[in-house]
Design a binder for this molecule. Sequence first.
Ligand SMILES: CC(C)(COP(=O)(O)OP(=O)(O)OC[C@H]1O[C@@H](n2cnc3c(N)ncnc32)[C@H](O)[C@@H]1OP(=O)(O)O)[C@@H](O)C(=O)NCCC(=O)NCCS
Length: 184
Amino acid sequence: MTDIYTGAKTRLRAYRREDIDAALAYINDPEVKRYLAPGIPFPLTREDEERFFAGNSANKDCYSFAIDTLDGRYIGGCGVHQVDWKNSVCEVGIFIGDRALWGQGFGTDAFGVLVRFAFEQMNLNKVRLRVYDYNLRGIKSYLKLGFKKEGVMRQELFKDGKYHDIVMMGLLREEWTGRMKNEK
Ligand SMILES: CC(C)(COP(=O)(O)OP(=O)(O)OC[C@H]1O[C@@H](n2cnc3c(N)ncnc32)[C@H](O)[C@@H]1OP(=O)(O)O)[C@@H](O)C(=O)NCCC(=O)NCCS
């Protein structure tokens, strides 16, 4: 049987206290932040990060994983958030914090594991996400996983002196299951 947390290049695991320094460095890297924070990009403090760690395991509508390479290097994070149990929908998100690893398939692999977890372990019917229009790498990665563009929220994001659109993307369990069958 497949290990539910493991993909071809990455493994998802619970966050550990010793991840805090690397997590802070990743999230405070302005290049990474460009793709993540919709709010004011004020640097995250150690206290903010400690609060996240303290609340993480207790929060039942938010399941955050650290992402490791298969040889055990912590490279980023991903999670299932805003779980709407009645409608069986959730929001998913991801970041690979080590920029040297962008474009090498680690993020796509880890996100595939997360999506499988949402469908096969959480019994969700749909996962959705928001991505900034300039994040072409992200959009391509999600299309590769089978996400479809569902709409565009025009000028929802103000970053670096101008407005940008936010693209809404979603993946249904039936679409994902169909793809898995075809890949076998
Ligand atoms: C978005 C992210 C998760 C994608 O993971 P990844 O492992 O880097 O993605 P991949 O290596 O599978 O690349 C996806 C596609 O983008 C393409 N790509 C890579 N760099 C690119 C670039 N600078 N511009 C456009 N496309 C690019 C790749 O060629 C690949 O397409 P292909 O398989 O057809 O060749 C990861 O890059 C990341 O964490 N980025 C920073 C944070 C972020 O954007 N988070 C998501 C917020 S919604």
